[in-house]
Design a protein around this ligand. Structure first.
Ligand SMILES: C[S@@+](CC[C@H](N)C(=O)[O-])C[C@H]1O[C@@H](n2cnc3c(N)ncnc32)[C@H](O)[C@@H]1O
Ligand code: SF4
Length: 399
């Protein structure tokens, strides 16, 4: 497998904005998402207050990406989204060709709404299509049908924005022919990017509870692995290269914002339950924090100028390096271990700790060396957790 460079540079920074509201809670979903009434203007006010109060954590310098995630940000009134984009630009400025993504549920958008988001600065949509078979969408508890998903993707593409489409597969009893139908309809629409997730049973969800009661039987791991292989082959044949465990893109359309996460870059997370990560440029330390999760508690606190986090962790140099390694071995471009040793100032001590572990993983066919870079193999994509654990075990806990 070839090893292209990451689509972000070490100076790129991002802003994540969490919109925690949904029309209906899906039974499999463990995101910080709530089907409760909300006030679009008040939520934007809270985000703007938090931006003003916490911008210093990211420091000065242009922003390369904004990601509106959820929840369902496509329920947010477009002018309110526009206020947030304008405030981020006024605060940091944008680097050339910023990527501004908004997640959309096909059940919440009509063509004019996509156009309105674009008029306010959004230039990429990530659309939760999930499947193009009505029966499967019903079993997933989705608020839309297949044709609505199809129309939403087509309307988003019509605006000229980049479009990514989410698929979920590995549902109980699902055959390759079932999945293939959705993959074919997805690729026929020619989106720029496809995220294809196998269904994960999260313990704290309705589906998790039904599974514990024996009312829902998840697909066996081996069967899911077979489908992952088939999905990857079908997407590759249609021009979508797998560049991360669940992410596939036409060449040059890899997600910038997510790539920032996978290279350990800095991002400021605004909104209920949003995560932030702020590493020092010399990697000597980093702060990781999580915002208060409950939307109403977050909203009231932010409007009162209180941005106390739900949790905060201060990392030392080895902690920052450990982060770069475990996230860095997820995407196809992997990690330049020698550059990391130099940039972190850990030099030979890092290489001595790491190279035997990487060579061990290479011996098992899970990672491969491409010049100074170590990257996951196709097999390694299936064992991301094992790779991460092995590398974290190899890196000493403290300086
Ligand atoms: C925040 S949602 C996307 C936007 C919008 N809320 C929606 O659902 O249409 C992010 C994506 O994560 C995926 N996802 C969520 N929960 C999942 C689970 N338990 N297993 C696999 N994929 C999941 C779905 O594909 C979903 O579209
Ligand atoms: S999957 Fe999307 S729409 Fe469904 S509850 Fe989760 S965030 Fe909301």
């Amino acid at each position: 497998m070839s090893c292209p460079p990451a689509p972000v540079t070490p100076t790129d920074r991002g802003v994540y904005v969490h919109f925690p509201y949904c029309e209906k809670k899906c039974p499999y979903c463990d995101f910080n998402s709530h089907a409760v009434a909300h006030d679009d203007g008040a939520y934007a006010d809270a985000i703007l207050a938090e931006l003003a109060g916490r911008a210093h954590e990211l420091g000065p310098g242009a922003v390369r990406s904004i990601f509106f995630g959820g929840g369902t940000p496509s329920l947010w009134d477009p002018p309110q989204v526009g206020r947030v984009i304008a405030a981020v630009e006024a605060t940091f400025g944008f680097s050339e060709a910023p990527e501004i993504t908004l997640e959309a549920n096909p059940g919440t958008v009509v063509p004019d709404r996509f156009k309105a988001y674009v008029a306010h600065g959004v230039n990429r949509f990530s659309i939760g299509a999930q499947s193009f078979t009505d029966r499967e969408l019903v079993s997933l508890g989705r608020i839309h049908g297949a044709d609505q998903a199809h129309r939403a993707v087509a309307a988003a593409l019509d605006t000229g924005a980049r479009v990514s489409l989410d698929l979920m597969y590995g549902l109980p009893g699902q055959s390759w022919a079932d999945v293939a139908r959705s993959v074919e309809r997805a690729t026929a629409l020619e989106p720029h990017h496809i995220s294809a997730y196998t269904l994960t049973i999260e313990p704290d969800t309705a589906l998790g509870r039904r599974t514990r009661l024996g009312l829902f039987t998840p697909m066996e791991d081996d069967d899911q692995a077979g489908l992952i292989h088939d999905v990857t082959a079908a997407l590759a044949a249609a021009g979508y290269q797998r560049y991360e465990i669940s992410n596939y893109a036409r060449e040059g359309f890899e997600a910038v914002h997510n790539s920032l996460y996978w290279t350990g870059g800095p991002y400021l997370g605004l909104g209920a339950g949003a995560h932030s990560y702020a590493p020092a440029p010399d990697l000597s330390a980093a702060v990781r924090r999580e915002n208060v999760k409950a939307p109403e508690t977050y909203l009231q606190a932010a409007l009162a100028g209180d941005f106390t986090p739900r949790s905060q962790e201060d990392l030392d140099r080895w902690g920052v390096v450990a982060d770069r390694l475990w996230v860095g071995l997820r995407p196809r471009w992997g990690v330049d271990v020698e550059a990391l040793a130099e940039q972190s100032g850990l030099g030979a001590s890092l290489l001595e700790a790491l190279l035997p572990a990487l060579e061990g993983l290479a011996g098992r066919g899970l990672v491969a060396r491409h010049g100074p870079r170590w990257a996951p193999t196709a097999e390694g994509f299936l064992f991301a957790d094992l790779i991460a654990r092995t590398l974290l075990d190899a890196v000493p806990a403290g300086p």
